[in-house]
Structure formats: structure tokens, C-alpha cells
Design a protein around this ligand. Structure first.
Ligand code: ATP
Ligand code: MG
Length: 248
């Protein structure tokens, strides 16, 4: 992916080859400016790659579509709509029955702790609450592919771990495919079935690593997993790749 032309052109992505299957949880990590958002926007259909193709189910992506949900790096909410009306935007646009829509919206708002704020407006919410609302607005559409760009960046540590658990529960029960961008290697190793490590500009994939923790069976104890030797070793390996690419 190249932005612009001539001497001002910026090569944002180079020789990206990445594929993943239904139900995978793909986490993308890499330094600021390495092209993570650009990569996600080609999957969302907001950007067309300069060369190469992006396909879902064998079909080239030409435009955004409702089967691909997007949570942006900055929550892009409608300021004139209430929390409830923001959350129900997708189903409303598709002409879904209001009663049916309301039930689903309310249950999602409850799960992320926003139900009591449903009649408020985005400006009345904190940054973290706005981000949770943006996530609900995407999930309400039950997308096949959920594209999330650092969705938990604005959350405090406790809320962040709660949201990690909520998202993971949704992912496990729905069979949805997730592409998740994060600056936190720990978050990537914890949530992902696969962690894609990118290099600084032009963004390339240094390594794509299968990670076992997301599919672990049985009771998930977040603190026990994150402090286990296998987890720590994987986290340090990935941090080493990122540091190495920054020095090189
Ligand atoms: N629309 C655009 N026009 C021109 N250049 C762009 C555009 N979007 C991104 N870029 C450039 O492409 C490169 C990659 O940007 P991108 O936003 O994808 O990085 P990122 O990995 O998401 O960074 P961060 O972690 O800071 O969000 C940067 O050099 C950026 O300046
Ligand atoms: Mg970005």
C-alpha cells in the first residue's frame, strides 16, 4: 500500500501476505506508524491496496459491508444520538423491528456496564465508556468478521481486563472471526489464536505466531494464564522481535 505519488509517496505496507480462517482471533502488534490501521482499513474496504488483493470467502473486497464490523482507533460515535440510538444504528439502518432491536441493544449495553446510561449522549460519557459503546455498536450487528483497532487503548487496567473477558466470551460463543490491533503484546498473546508482528515502515510481517492460550479449555483464570511461564516466554519472544526490528 502506497499513499500519495512521486517524492511525497509513503510506502505504508510492503509484501503483506496474511491469511486466516473462520473463527480465528488474529492479533496484530507493531510499533506506531507500521501500518496496522492501514492493513485493517483494507480489510474493512475503506482503502483499496495499491497492488495485491484482499479477499473474504474468496471474494475481493471492494467496499465496506455489514458482515464486517469495525471498531475504530478513536470512537466515532454520532454526537446527536443517545447511547441507545448509537448502539442500535446498524439494525435501525437495516430496518429491523424496533422491539427486537431494543432487546438486543439493551442486553449488549448491560454486558459492558452502559445500560443505565442508555438515554445519555456521547459527550456525557468518559473516553472509556465511549469506546465500550463503539464496541457494542459493532457487536450488535453480529458481524462475521470483527475488525478492531486498539479498542481497549483508552481503558484503565481493570476495565480493560473485564472487556478482554467479555470480548473473548463473545468470540468463543459466536464463532466470529476477529482481527484485533493492539499495542499491548500481553493483550495480544492472551486474546489471540495467532499474533502477527509487524516491522516499522514500510510495514512488513516479521513473524506470525500461533498462540495456544485463547483456545485453552476449561476455567480461564486471567491472572494465572498471564503469569504462567509459557505465557511469559511467548510474550518476551514477541517483545524481542519488536525491539529487534526497531534497532535494525
Ligand atoms: N490516508 C493516508 N494518507 C497518507 N499517508 C497515510 C495515510 N494513512 C496512513 N498513512 C501513513 O501510513 C503509515 C502507516 O500508518 P498507520 O495509521 O497504518 O499506522 P499504525 O500502525 O496504525 O500506527 P499507530 O500504532 O500509531 O496507530 C504512516 O506513515 C502514515 O503516515
Ligand atoms: Mg493505528
Amino acid at each position: 500500500m502506497v499513499f500519495g505519488k512521486g517524492p511525497a509517496a509513503v510506502q505504508a505496507l510492503q509484501e503483506i501476505s496474511l491469511s486466516f480462517g473462520k473463527g480465528d482471533f488474529v492479533c496484530v502488534v507493531g510499533p506506531s506508524g507500521c501500518g496496522k490501521t492501514t492493513l485493517m482499513q483494507t480489510l474493512a474496504g475503506f482503502l483499496q491496496p495499491t497492488t495485491g488483493t484482499v479477499t473474504v470467502d474468496g471474494r475481493a473486497i471492494a467496499a465496506p459491508g455489514p458482515e464486517r464490523g469495525v471498531v475504530f482507533q478513536q470512537p466515532a460515535l454520532f454526537p446527536w444520538r443517545t447511547v441507545e440510538a448509537n448502539a442500535g444504528f446498524g439494525p435501525e439502518m437495516r430496518g429491523e423491528d424496533p422491539m427486537h432491536r431494543r432487546g438486543r441493544v439493551e442486553s449488549w449495553l448491560r454486558r459492558v456496564g452502559l445500560l443505565e446510561f442508555r438515554h445519555r449522549y456521547p459527550y456525557e460519557l468518559s473516553g472509556g465508556m465511549q469506546q465500550r459503546l463503539a464496541i457494542v455498536r459493532a457487536l450488535v450487528n453480529e458481524p462475521l468478521l470483527l475488525l478492531m483497532d486498539e479498542p481497549f487503548g483508552a481503558l484503565d487496567a481493570l476495565t480493560r481486563e473485564k472487556m478482554q473477558e467479555e470480548l473473548h466470551a463473545v468470540w468463543r460463543s459466536s464463532g466470529m472471526t476477529v482481527l484485533f490491533i493492539t499495542h499491548s503484546v500481553e493483550e495480544a498473546v492472551y486474546l489471540g489464536t495467532q499474533v502477527v508482528v509487524m516491522s516499522p515502515r514500510p510495514g512488513r510481517i516479521i513473524e506470525s505466531i500461533m498462540t495456544p492460550f485463547a483456545r485453552q479449555e476449561g476455567e480461564r483464570d486471567i491472572r494465572a494464564i498471564k503469569s504462567s511461564p509459557a505465557f511469559v516466554a511467548m510474550r518476551e519472544h514477541i517483545l524481542g522481535l519488536i525491539w529487534g526490528s526497531a534497532e535494525g
